[in-house]
Design a protein around this ligand. Structure first.
Ligand code: HEM
Length: 464
């Protein structure tokens, strides 16, 4: 693991040191399930299409932009989501929207799309700002140079935002803590299971499975009572007065088949929206705060922008689009640390890509982590440089090789929500506080379900 500190304008954030050569199969077997990004060889970052044969299965890694578009956009129907993901996520999300394919996915989308009206930007803005203000109050007492576990705090605030959007109530400290612990445990165990489960190896990891199941149960227990209570009221014929995503899901009727979500489906869909709605944002925000703590000049520019747009007053909806530098810092963070670092798809028919022959059942992993750090597709990809998004010479890279929210029909439904949330939270934080690195603490990125720091992200905080 390395963190190379360049000049003020050339900061190279931490990333695993890539092996020059492909690890031996046994090392891969032990290492890959632990963290896929540390097993990517150095050459992967310039290849047009990589290939490994991992324990009975071909895995291709297309980086070339036209191939990526073919898989995710123009021929997306022929490349459904692979079982590499569903093996991991089924324990937690059942056969919910994120893992479903084909007609089943279309049915779920028809029912979930209307519920997303509750996530409209103007509508969720006050919820986001209330959660941000609650976080400011929590942090006020430690912002005198204390070391703060920023990743836990970002999980708390983003879980709070999505809780308010889904259920119309805030999340409590205890729930936020439980969630952070449970999802950390889930990531550790589930990634191993998913990776090995998608190979043709027998997978005797009973303990891992048990741990992942327990973590999934803990997360379910946090949300299930609320869903059950409201579901029962609806079944008794009561009119639901809460005007939020949960009510929309409970009352959703598929216009094509007239079917409704069963109780189990409701749990799966809500669990997914809850997780998708906070875990990814928490990861990105934690990295963003680390990056700007390491680059004080960038932090000061963000502070100056936040003060000039919002001054001392409460944030307003119209402020968000004026925070253009904050947006670029967020975009650059998503480039370097895309929370969803790999998008596995499965071939359903024979294909030829470059000189490779692909068979049904082979896996194609489109990796935002790899593509957004690709040495041919980006200039100085390893450097943190938010201004690249405002420069003409990056336009092609941004258009062809930037996909933190995926592309095509399975693109993130919450991209605009997440962007508004991140800009508002970051601007609110830098307006009021200053962040500094902790001597000797260098976060260690690991790629499992999301890209997180294995040793956490800790920063010192000061009130301005
Ligand atoms: C920085 C934050 C976020 C990132 C980087 C992110 C990234 C992604 C990516 C890459 C996918 C597609 C995965 C694939 O193609 O295999 C996805 C799907 C999805 N995301 Fe997000 N997401 C974020 C935040 C959110 C939020 C806040 C919500 C909800 C409020 C959300 C809701 C969804 C949904 C519903 C899907 C599934 C769409 C479908 O398959 O039909 N995401 N997200």
């Amino acid at each position: 693991m390395t963190a190379l500190y360049g000049t003020m304008s050339e900061f190279r954030p931490p990333a695993p040191i890539s092996p020059k050569r492909r690890p031996f199969p046994l090392r891969m077997l032990l290492g890959m399930p632990h963290c896929y990004i540390s097993n990517l060889i150095d050459k992967s970052y310039e290849m047009k299409m990589g290939h490994i044969w991992a324990f009975g299965r071909n895995i291709f890694m297309p980086n070339q932009p036209d191939l990526v578009r073919r898989i995710l956009v123009s021929e997306a129907d022929h490349f459904p989501k692979s079982d590499m993901l569903s093996n991991i996520l089924k324990l937690l999300l059942g056969n919910g929207l994120f893992v479903a394919n084909g007609e089943e996915w279309e049915r779920q989308r028809r029912m979930i799309d209307p519920a997303f009206a509750h996530a409209k930007l103007q509508r969720v803005f006050p919820l986001m700002w209330t959660a941000a203000s609650a976080m400011h109050d929590r942090l006020e007492s430690v912002a005198d140079g204390e070391v703060v576990a920023v990743d836990e705090e970002m999980t708390h605030v983003t879980a709070d935002v999505i809780f308010r959007t889904l259920f119309s109530i805030p999340i409590e400290q205890k729930g936020a803590r439980l969630l952070f612990d449970a999802f950390t445990r889930f990531q550790e165990s589930a990634f191993v299971l998913g990776f090995l489960g998608s190979t043709k190896l027998p997978c005797p990891l009973f303990r891992k499975r048990r741990n992942a199941k327990r973590a999934a149960q803990d997360i379910h227990q946090l949300i299930e009572p609320m869903i059950r209570e409201r579901y029962e009221r609806h079944r008794r014929g009561e009119k639901l007065t809460e005007n939020d995503i949960l009510t929309s899901l409970i009352t959703a009727v598929d216009p094509k088949t007239q079917s409704v979500f069963s109780f189990e489906e409701l749990i799966d869909q809500t669990a997914f929206l809850f997780l998708a709605g906070h875990e990814t944002s928490a990861s990105a925000l934690s990295w963003a705060l680390y990056l700007i703590a390491m680059q004080p000049d960038i932090q000061e520019r963000m502070h100056a922008e936040a003060v000039s747009v919002m001054d001392e007053r409460e944030a307003e909806f119209a402020d968000v689009r004026k925070l253009s530098f904050t947006r670029d810092v967020f975009r650059e963070t998503l480039r370097l640390y895309p929370p969803v670092g790999f998008l596995p798809r499965e071939a359903t028919r024979h294909e030829t890509m470059r000189d490779k022959s692909i068979k049904p059942g082979d896996i194609l992993v489109v990796s935002p982590w790899l593509i957004q750090r690709h040495r041919v597709l980006w200039k100085k990809p390893e450097i943190f440089d938010p201004d690249r998004f405002a420069r003409e010479d990056s336009r092609e890279s941004v258009n062809c090789a930037y996909l933190p929210f995926s592309l095509g029909p399975r693109i993130c439904m919450g991209a605009a929500f997440a962007t508004q949330e991140a800009m508002l939270l970051l601007a609110g934080l830098v307006r009021r506080f200053r962040f500094e690195p902790v001597a000797g603490h260098v976060p260690k990125p690991v790629g499992r379900l999301t890209i997180r720091s294995e040793n956490g992200i800790r920063l010192k905080m000061w009130r301005r």
